[in-house]
Design a protein around this ligand. Structure first.
Ligand SMILES: [Zn+2]
Ligand SMILES: [Zn+2]
Length: 334
């Protein structure tokens, strides 16, 4: 199916620029025609001036405006996906409902916790993962920026797995696919084999599993890669004709992309086994072994990747965690 054919189904893709390179290029905002001729949005793009201009230009090219908006569905609580939603609600000049999965509502809504409220919990957890104090200081200096590009949304309604959304030319089912975040949702258009996948499945970038503690800093609240692997197994079984991803152009061959990802994680775990063959290691030591040239600013992403893989291997009984004394040390099971 081409993008022209998508348009005949009432789906338009507007790529919106973002300033971070790791994400895999501009973020896609999808416009979907509503039954009354208005528009739904799947994701909003960032709230930066550049992103807002690109979206406004996209609307203009289609002869549309934010006044046509009826509802905004947010795939997950990352700034590039929800950051412009509140601006659009205000520009519409009439009520527009914003939906996100319950597990990500707190990341999208203005009543949710901010990074500064949670930093203490994350810092303590990184110490348990073996991050040395001086590295932690450097990291704290680099994190937490970028929030001027996104506004939280005043009112967010929770949307659940299995919900059916009726649009002009098709019905879509909400699929909860935890992994990239705990509340990520995809829209599945079974009648046409279309999967609006957001960051759950990208053609060229693995969807980084990121450390996510519970609301009170609880550990084990969410094991991103453990969840992701079961979500992606579910996705592989769907009769998908075309993936409409959160970044990059639509692509087919979802099983091929998923198998390549599984191979990628398999290799990473093989490398972790090699590192642990030399004796017990902290998650930080594993991270330095996997990513020897990592910059302090990237440490949160790289250590997230390490601990996520360690959790998967721990869950399979391949390795054991020595929890005391802190920091945690992982060793191969006999
Ligand atoms: Zn994301
Ligand atoms: Zn994204």
């Amino acid at each position: 199916m081409t993008e022209r054919e998508l348009e005949s189904l009432g789906i338009w893709r507007i790529p919106v620029p973002i300033p971070f390179v790791q994400a895999g290029g501009p973020v896609n905002v999808y416009l979907i025609e509503e039954e009354d001729g208005g528009l739904a949005l799947f994701d909003s793009g960032l709230g930066s001036a550049e992103a807002r201009a690109a979206l406004a230009e996209g609307f203009r090219r289609l002869g549309r405006s934010p006044a046509d908006l009826r509802r905004i569905v947010i795939s997950h609580g990352h700034v590039d996906h929800y950051g412009n939603a509140q601006n659009l609600v205000e520009e519409a000049g009439h009520p527009v409902a914003v939906h996100a999965h319950a597990a990500d509502v707190g990341k999208v809504a203005s009543h949710g916790q901010r990074w500064r409220d949670k930093m203490g919990h994350y810092g303590a957890y990184l110490v348990r993962l073996g991050v040395p104090p001086e590295v932690l200081m450097q990291l704290a200096g680099e994190l937490g920026g970028g929030y001027d590009m996104a506004r939280r949304v005043n009112e967010v309604h929770a949307i659940a797995e299995g919900a059916r959304l009726r649009f002009r030319r098709f019905e879509a089912e909400v699929l909860h696919m935890p992994g990239h975040t705990s509340g990520l949702i995809c829209l599945w258009v079974a009648s046409h084999g279309l999967l609006l996948a957001a960051d759950h499945l990208l053609e060229r970038v693995s969807p980084n599993p990121i450390i996510e503690l519970g609301p009170e800093g609880e550990e084990g609240f969410f094991r991103p890669l453990v969840s992701y692997l079961s979500s992606i197994a579910r996705t592989r079984e769907l009769p998908v004709q075309l993936v409409l991803p959160g970044h990059g152009p639509p692509f087919s061959g979802h099983a091929r992309v998923i198998d390549a990802l599984l191979g990628f994680y398999g290799k990473r775990q093989e490398r972790i086994r090699e590192l642990l063959a030399g004796g017990p290691r902290t998650a930080y030591e594993v991270t330095v072994g996997l990513f020897p040239r990592t910059r302090p600013g990237d440490l949160f992403l790289t250590i997230s990747e390490s601990i996520a893989n360690l959790e998967v291997m721990e869950g399979r009984g391949e390795l054991l965690r020595e929890a005391e004394p802190e920091p945690y040390r992982f060793r191969l099971a006999a």
